[in-house]
Design a protein around this ligand. Structure first.
Ligand code: ADP
Ligand code: ASP
Ligand code: MG
Length: 471
């Protein structure tokens, strides 16, 4: 069995869904997971925001536009009777959305719970269309309602799955469909609590659904079909001609995803690791290309770096002990504050009296600062970016950090850190310096002049001792 997850651009219109059908039609025992049509989740969240602002006309107008777009795309269902059924189902979905949005606009308030119900419409609609389109093109498929199989907590907008319940429900739903030689089709991103309240796994979460399904049914491979040729050596929106990384280890892929390589949701690798299932990233517009294969171990290569991830929107929080010394228990107290406010800390550096951490979720920052101020002085800096060079070969390459820093000579650095795993070196800089710094680094390690570096097995030195790693 192969789980095939198709992202938003891979289902964005009739032509894209026809490409999907050709790809799925060739696969042995596929299980299909799809995102919402591209741009739809953003539009739905926009509608929720309009409802919260009480702008009923704008919200309803956008619901109407989305309904029409789905009707147009449903023309890919070439069987008249099937298409009529799906359009009736879509209309029910959009009627319900219209009612909810109307009611919320009157209240002028949208809670996270309702944000999820609204956002889920995208994947519920796209998956119905894809299931019927496959059947109409001679590949009998069956739609599975993700709300009945992906069981999550009630942490709306980024709800973690409850794995034992989810695995059991997934197997019970999918195995009988496969036994009947049909293709199960599910919407990604969407789940529900044990009591049946709709939730979502967080932005980009359809990849995660793909991996959860793959692990539950013991798939031979999890395929992530997207709009690029695989994991690229840098973000193609910042660097002109990045190359495809042909093979990554689970640990490398996980760090790249966590530190900003959007092509993979950061949680995707976790279920694959648990069952040792290979993950492949492929381009739905160029299906013949090999893509990127991700497995537990990868063959060793000459270069220390496999790829460079980056992200903007990073905030540094600097916390200085008011006692002029890092007293016993200071770090514990400090990290407890972030834990209490459910805010992940990405990079950490320490000096004698102060600790700097980066976060990218600022929602609870005021409360965090208030709690920290009880025992420390706190300052924050916004508009920063993070660049993270990742490679299993970094650990054995003592000169790597120096070569990395010399490539960006002149760019002011805010933080530098080498992970405990010694699989990455991360720098934090002003967001405005990101294009220059990333292009120079990419040129240094992947450009024409980048000579393969001979690794030594001497231990790397630590620039900083603390950073999230996989070990
Ligand atoms: P999908 O809708 O298929 O899930 P996403 O937009 O979530 O696709 O992810 C694919 C995008 O990720 C690419 O179009 C690219 O712009 C971006 N991206 C950022 N960093 C990388 C990288 N290192 N390799 C590949 N793609 C990347
Ligand atoms: N549609 C969702 C989003 O845009 C989930 C996904 O595409 O992975 O975030
Ligand atoms: Mg994605």
């Amino acid at each position: 069995m192969i789980v095939m997850k198709f992202g938003g651009t891979s289902v964005k219109d009739r032509a894209a869904i026809e490409r999907l059908i050709a790809i799925v039609g060739r696969a042995p025992q596929p299980v299909v997971v799809v995102s919402a049509l591209s741009g739809v989740t953003d539009r739905l969240l926009g509608i929720a925001a309009e409802a919260a602002a009480g702008d009923i006309d704008a919200a309803r107008g956008n619901v109407k536009a989305l309904r029409e777009r789905h009707h147009t795309v449903a023309s890919v269902i070439t069987d008249d009777a099937l298409r009529k059924t799906v359009i009736a189902d879509l209309d029910k979905e959009f009627d319900e959305l219209d009612r909810i949005v109307g009611a919320l606009a009157v209240l002028g308030d949208v809670s996270p719970r309702w944000f999820d119900t609204i956002a889920a419409t995208g994947e519920l609609a796209s998956s119905r269309i894809v299931a019927a389109a496959l059947t109409a093109h001679g590949h009998p498929a069956a739609w599975v309602d993700s709300r009945t199989v992906i069981v999550t907590t009630d942490e709306f907008m980024a709800a973690p799955p409850i794995f034992d319940r989810t695995d059991t429900a997934l197997r019970a739903a999918i195995e009988p469909i496969i036994a009947k030689k049909r293709i199960p089709v599910l919407g990604g991103f969407v789940g529900a609590t044990e009591r049946g309240v709709t939730t979502t796994l967080g932005r980009g979460g359809s990849d995660y659904t793909g991996a959860i399904v793959g692990a539950a049914i013991g798939a031979d491979e999890i395929q992530i079909w997207t709009d690029v040729d695989g994991m690229l050596t840098a973000d193609p929106r910042v660097v002109d001609a990045p190359q495809v990384a042909p093979h990554l280890s689970f640990a490398e892929a996980s760090e790249l995803a966590y530190f900003g390589a959007k092509v993979l949701h950061p949680a995707t690798i976790q279920p694959a690791v648990a069952r040792d299932i290979p993950v492949r990233i492929l381009n739905s517009q160029r299906p013949a290309n090999a893509g990127t294969l991700i497995t537990a171990k990868r063959p060793t290569t000459d270069g220390a770096v496999t790829a460079i991830a980056s992200k903007t929107g990073v905030t540094v929080v600097s916390i200085t002990s008011t006692r002029m010394l890092m007293t016993h228990g200071f770090l514990r107290r400090l990290f407890e504050v972030f834990e209490r406010h459910k805010t992940a800390v990405d990079v950490v550096t320490t000096s004698e009296v102060s600790v700097s951490v980066t976060i990218d979720d600022r929602r609870r920052l005021p409360a965090i600062i208030e709690d920290l101020t009880e025992f420390a002085e706190v300052s924050t800096e916004n508009d920063l970016a993070l660049i993270c060079a990742v490679g299993d070969g970094i650990a054995a390459d003592r000169t790597f950090p120096v070569r990395l820093l010399s490539a960006i000579d002149g760019v002011p650095l805010r933080m530098v850190s080498q992970a405990a795993s010694r699989r990455n070196v991360t720098i934090v800089i002003a967001a405005s310096d990101l294009p220059t710094a990333l292009n120079r680094l990419h040129d240094r390690f992947f450009g024409e002049a980048a000579a393969p570096h001979v690794s030594s097995d001497a231990p790397a030195f630590y620039i900083s001792s603390l950073q999230r790693g996989n070990e």
